[in-house]
Design a protein around this ligand. Sequence first.
Ligand code: HEC
Length: 191
Amino acid sequence: MAGPTNDDIQDKLLDHTYDGIQEYDNPMPRWWLLTFAGTIIFSVIYLFNIGPVGNGKGRVADYDADMAAYAKAHPALTGSDMSSDQLLALAKDHEALEEGEETYRAYCASCHAPDGGGLIGPNLTDAYWLHGGKITDVYTTVTNGVLEKGMPPWGKTLNTEQLSAVVAYVSTLRGSTPANPKAPQGTLVTP
Ligand code: HEC
C-alpha cells in the first residue's frame, strides 16, 4: 500500500484546546480516501443502472436475464405433464391411491371435506365441474389452482408424483356418496 506511513507524517498538534483537550491532525491515509471515493462513484453507477459493472448490461437487465434463465430451467407445471392414460393407470394402482389419499387428507380435506363432499371448495364426487372433469383437467386445476376463488396452486407445494397420486385418488371419489354433499357447481360432465 503506497499510503503515507508514520515516518512521513509528523504528528502535528493542533493549536486549539477544548476543556484542556488537544488533538493531533491525523488525516486518513490516501489509499483509504481513494477507496471511499471509489464506493461513492460505484454507488452512482449502480443507482443509475449504468452498464460497465459486472457483465456490462446493468443490474436491471442482469436481474431480468437471471429470472428468465430460472424460468426456463423451471417451467411451470401444466396438465400436459401427465397423460390421461398415465393418470387413469395410477387410479388403479393401490400404492399410488394410498399415497394420494394421504396427500388428500393432509392438504385437501380441510376445504373439500374428508369424503370429497365439499365445504369451502366444491363437491368432488359429483359429475359437475367448474374447470373441466377430465382427469387431465383436474390435474391442471390442482397444479395451477384458482387462486382468486380460493383454490391454492399445489404445483409448488407437491411434487409431480404427489400431484398425480392425489389426482388419481380424487378420480376415485367420483360417484361416491358423501355424508353432506355440497350442491353441484359448474357444468355436467359425462364420462
Ligand atoms: C383453501 C381451500 C382449498 C384447499 C386446501 C384445496 N382446495 Fe380445491 N378448491 C377450492 C375452491 C374454493 C375451489 C373452487 C374454485 C372455483 O370456484 O373456481 C376448488 C376447486 C378444486 C377443483 C376443481 C373443481 C371443479 O369443479 O372444477 C379440484 C379438482 C380441486 N379443488 C382439488 C383439490 C385438491 C386435490 C386439493 C389438495 C391438494 C385441494 N383442492 C385443496 C378450495 C380448496
